[in-house]
Design a protein around this ligand. Sequence first.
Ligand SMILES: Nc1ncnc2c1ncn2[C@@H]1O[C@H](COP(=O)(O)OP(=O)(O)OP(=O)(O)O)[C@@H](O)[C@H]1O
Ligand SMILES: O=C(O)[C@H](O)COP(=O)(O)O
Length: 398
Amino acid sequence: MTEFNTIDDLDVNGKTVLVRADLNVPMQDGKVSDTTRIDRLAPTLTELAKKGAKVVVLSHFGRPKNGPDAKNSLRNVLDALSAAVGQTVAFGEDCVGDKAKAAIDGVQPGAIVLLENTRFHAEEEKNDPAFAKQIAALGDLYVNDAFSAAHRAHASTEGVAQYLPAAAGRLMQAELEALTKALEKPERPVAAVVGGAKISTKLDLLGNLVKKVDMLALGGGMANTFLYAQGVDVGASLCEKDMADQARAIMETAKAANCELLLPKDFIVAKEFKAGAANRAVPADGIGADEMALDVGPKTVEFLGLKLQGAKTVVWNGPLGAFEIQPFDAGTNAVAGLVAERTSEGGLLSVAGGGDTVSALAHAGVEEKFTYISAAGGAFLEWLEGKDLPGVAALKKK
Ligand SMILES: Nc1ncnc2c1ncn2[C@@H]1O[C@H](COP(=O)(O)OP(=O)(O)OP(=O)(O)O)[C@@H](O)[C@H]1O
Ligand SMILES: O=C(O)[C@H](O)COP(=O)(O)O
């Protein structure tokens, strides 16, 4: 990778290295429920520490809107991070200013310090230059290892690279290399499967994605929003109703681009969002006013199975249902199983990505069977669109 500096190009001994990580990991009951992102980040941190750097980890966590709160504190992932790197990680109560500086000053070279959620400051998402400078003031060098957050032009992903010598971390390097190898010239037909809960922030990219793929299968909250836009009553399901116009525009774009849009035929619905909740299968237009579509139903699984049979490449982001709570994992498990089986038989190239998607595929027991699994969700889809990701662009050699 000649376009970027990597850790090999940096002299880190005795330096303070700021590492932008993506510790935005799935949580359940206050505990990290899938450590994939942390495990994949760990080699960068331990390599820098072994080379004699003070390693300062920066990350966002969730989408806090009103400043600091306990739920979105990175303290929640401190133990999992310490376990992954095999040493106790220190914690700084803020990601800039005196508290951050005190935490960094308090450790020796070879130590790792995690700073508090960058999104506790509104300036982070605004990519405020003064805030980026405050972050840069904490270190000598900047390493970005957060490919999965590289689609965000934020102060800690993009801005800070303007003020310090910058390089790609090992995970960033590995993701770009693997995705380029797998998907630079994908064999057609290409099918994209997009589910999950992030609707408004992923709709923009779907408008471009339908121009690149031959089929787009939707599940999760995304499918509910498209069905609502078609006039279907989705009851109490996760749905961003104010996105209906944009969903309709995407349907038009898909039609013009000859991309077949595959919407669920049926759902498993329940009145409560909890494991074991009483549930029933209903046609897509049969959701009761007080019911939530929490998974795609068996007819949808069969339909997607048939459609995906015709694909040579499948790219997947976002689970088809609320897979964390049984039995609403069944649709995701079944479709993941079909994709994994065809991949193992050699008829399909399959690439999936996303914090919860990785967790859902591990839960389905198929993680090893996909061609490649990226830690990135939205960033992976934007990379697939052919977009220059701001976090990656900022690392390019000047
Ligand atoms: N029908 C549904 N109703 C409610 N929640 C759903 C439904 N389908 C999926 N989900 C939820 O979507 C979440 C995952 O969505 P998300 O878009 O964050 O995926 P991701 O793989 O983490 O991607 P990214 O890395 O971009 O965040 C899961 O927590 C899952 O429970
Ligand atoms: O989980 C992700 O996809 C990344 O951490 C980005 O999170 P965001 O969508 O909240 O920016």
